[in-house]
Design a protein around this ligand. Structure first.
Ligand code: PLP
Length: 386
């Protein structure tokens, strides 16, 4: 059966070149980068090269890039590290629709006595900059905001937030979860005054279990993982060399034609929404206008259908997507932080489906997907009414 993979917001398929370089590291250049002999040096070379490529793509110094096990570790390290440096400044400003990697860490900090304030948002979930200006003062030690939302594709005005924060609170750190934007949209950490930034390789056709934390020049946070002193003492543990090499390769490929890839995914997204709405009643788009959201994420609300049921029905056709709700709770904010930040009810969240593209998806896949929706949705709606 042919597969249509529209769940690229969850993870992506590693490219052939990524698999090739990782296989070479696993089978030939498997030395420990800390070993003094030739095999160790060969392994170290992959780490040096990947760091150089990643830093080059963001136009930041190589020493700003620290490899981690992925964005969850990066965000934990960033937030807990910023909090550890806070001194008497105990306020944290955040956005209500953060990924649990950030959201759960904020909960922990709140339990530890930090005052965490969630900023008000507009109807699409975008941070209101005037509200930020009002909320930020010298007591703020940390502001955290994700760049592209994984559920709705909303793009936050990251380019403007850093300046507002540092003007009012020069010592506050600005953390960005860039998991869904890195390698897909331009990011300029220096010009945007980002202090800490979390990313992950597996969202851009790299391997799982590898990411990096960007720490701006002149910024310092304490390390969470102590041991052998790898990553210049910041993140101990033998480097995941196959992962790092694969990440470096994925970044090169992502940046080779980032604009072209974005245009292609945007075209598929617009085509899918238009075709689905023409052919099927009761479909609307959750979140921002699709011309303003990230090119790879489309969130649909399908009247009268539980998306979890639709997801499993689509699976029988070899089609993979995500449902809006990640758990069985009846509370909207527990079901989906981003959709609940838009004011959706629990049942609207249950009817929401996330379709997320990669540069390798095709128009033919979109046509086929809509054909399958046309067949299955009326059937599921009838079934629901009984
Ligand atoms: N932040 C966002 C926006 C994500 O989409 C994800 C992955 O789903 C993460 C953080 C966590 O990334 P990782 O899987 O690398 O820990």
């Amino acid at each position: 059966m042919r597969e249509i993979y529209f769940d690229n917001g969850a993870t992506t398929k590693p490219t052939e070149q990524v698999v090739q370089i990782m296989t070479k590291v696993l089978t030939e250049d498997y030395g420990n980068p800390s070993s003094l002999h030739r095999k160790g040096q060969a392994a170290e070379q992959y780490v040096i090269e990947a760091r150089k490529r990643i830093a080059g793509s963001l136009r930041v110094p190589e020493f700003s890039i620290y490899f981690t096990s992925g964005a969850t570790e990066s965000s934990n390290t960033a937030l807990l590290g910023a909090a550890a440096r806070a001194g008497k400044h105990r306020r944290i400003l955040a956005w209500p629709g953060e990924h649990p990697a950030t959201g759960e860490t904020l909960k922990r900090l709140s339990e530890e006595g930090f005052e965490v304030t969630y900023l008000p948002v507009d109807k699409d979930g975008k941070v209101l900059l005037e509200a930020l200006e009002e909320a930020v003062d010298e007591d703020v030690c940390l502001v955290t905001c994700m760049h592209v939302n994984n559920e709705t594709g909303l793009i936050q005005p990251i380019d403007r937030i850093g300046r507002i924060v540092h003007k009012a609170a020069p010592k506050a750190m600005f953390h960005v979860d860039a998991v869904q934007s890195f390698g897909k949209l331009p990011i300029d950490p220096i010009a945007w005054e980002i202090d800490l930034m979390s990313t992950s390789a597996h969202k851009i056709h790299g391997p799982k279990g590898i990411g990096f934390l960007y720490i701006a020049k002149n910024q310092y946070i304490p390390s969470l993982v102590r041991g052998g002193g790898q990553e210049r003492g910041f993140r101990s543990g033998t480097e995941n060399v196959p992962g790092i090499a694969g990440f470096g390769q994925a970044v090169v490929e992502a940046y080779a034609d980032m604009e072209g890839h974005a245009q292609h995914m945007q075209h598929l997204k617009e085509m899918l929404l238009q075709e689905a709405q023409e052919k099927i009643e009761g479909i609307r788009c959750n979140g921002p206008d699709i011309h303003e959201s990230a090119p790879h994420v489309l969130n649909l609300q399908i009247e009268g259908v539980r998306s979890e049921v639709l997801l499993h029905t689509l699976e029988d056709y070899g089609i993979y997507v995500s449902s809006g709700s990640a758990c069985a709770s009846n509370k909207p904010e527990e079901k989906s932080p981003a959709l609940s930040a838009l004011g959706l009810t629990a049942s609207e969240i249950d009817a929401s489906l996330r379709i997320s593209f990669s540069r390798y998806n095709t128009e033919e896949e979109v046509h086929e997907f809509v054909r399958v929706l046309e067949q299955t949705i009326p059937m599921l709606r009838r079934f629901r009414r009984k």
